[in-house]
Design a binder for this molecule. Structure first.
Ligand SMILES: [Fe+2]
Ligand SMILES: [Fe+2]
Length: 222
């Protein structure tokens, strides 16, 4: 079974890093320290109970809930968007998000755990904020798109921060296969963020501003 292979190879790597390699995560947690805390725990298994492993799996549950919530929120956003360009970008990211959900399920499997979602209050708030922006902007307006892009970028930034840490946690715990899967998602989130910036700066923001000027002109004529 691939899980067994991965676990044993992950443990080999972990032992190697315990020999004194200096892999450090962005949050400063050293692999050496995590190995010291639970030297006998099976990496990622039910028995694994180092504090970093717990933080890793708790964060996985959190982002798993978030990604699943996004598979429901993104189609709604897409319907409300004005331009075809933004609609297409959201649709593409919906497909990626569905893939990200199954990638997370693979990561749970690599940890020897059942995929489990835990409500992510932050993502719930970000999705609600996006819905409010839609309610507060006019149908078919470019301001609507500018607002959706802002809301979507807040989501992407949250995801980038989460996956960035998860990749480093996985590496620190010697789970290279999990790190690789999480890294793929991290790259997709970064690309999406970049694409949204391009759409905003390419036309949407400017058109939203012109929309305001036209509205002002109309008011003056009346
Ligand atoms: Fe995502
Ligand atoms: Fe995303």
């Amino acid at each position: 079974m691939p899980t067994t292979n991965t676990r044993s190879s992950a443990r080999t790597r972990r032992n190697r890093s315990a020999d004194g390699s200096t892999a450090k995560s962005s949050n400063g947690t050293s692999s050496k320290a995590s190995v010291k805390k639970s030297p006998k725990s099976e990496n990622g298994s039910e028995q694994g109970n180092s504090q970093l492993e717990k933080l890793f799996t708790d964060s996985l549950k959190d982002i798993y809930w978030a990604e699943k919530a996004l598979t429901k929120a993104l189609p709604k956003m897409q319907k409300k968007a004005t331009t075809d360009e933004l609609k297409a970008a959201i649709e593409e990211h919906l497909t990626q998000t569905e893939e990200q959900v199954s990638r997370l399920e693979q990561v749970f499997e690599l940890c020897g755990k059942k995929a489990q979602a835990k409500k992510c209050d932050a993502m719930e708030g970000l999705i609600k904020e996006g819905e409010s922006i839609v309610e507060e902007t006019e149908d078919g307006s470019m301001t609507r798109d500018a607002g959706i892009i802002m809301a979507a970028q807040k989501v992407e930034h949250y995801e980038i921060a989460t996956y960035g840490s998860l990749v480093q946690f996985a590496k620190t715990l010697g789970m290279e296969d999990a790190a690789e899967l999480l890294e793929q998602t991290l790259e997709e989130e970064k690309e999406t963020d970049q694409k949204l910036t391009e759409i905003a700066e390419g036309s949407v923001n400017q058109s939203a501003q012109q929309e305001d000027e036209e509205e002002e002109d109309d008011k003056e004529k009346k």
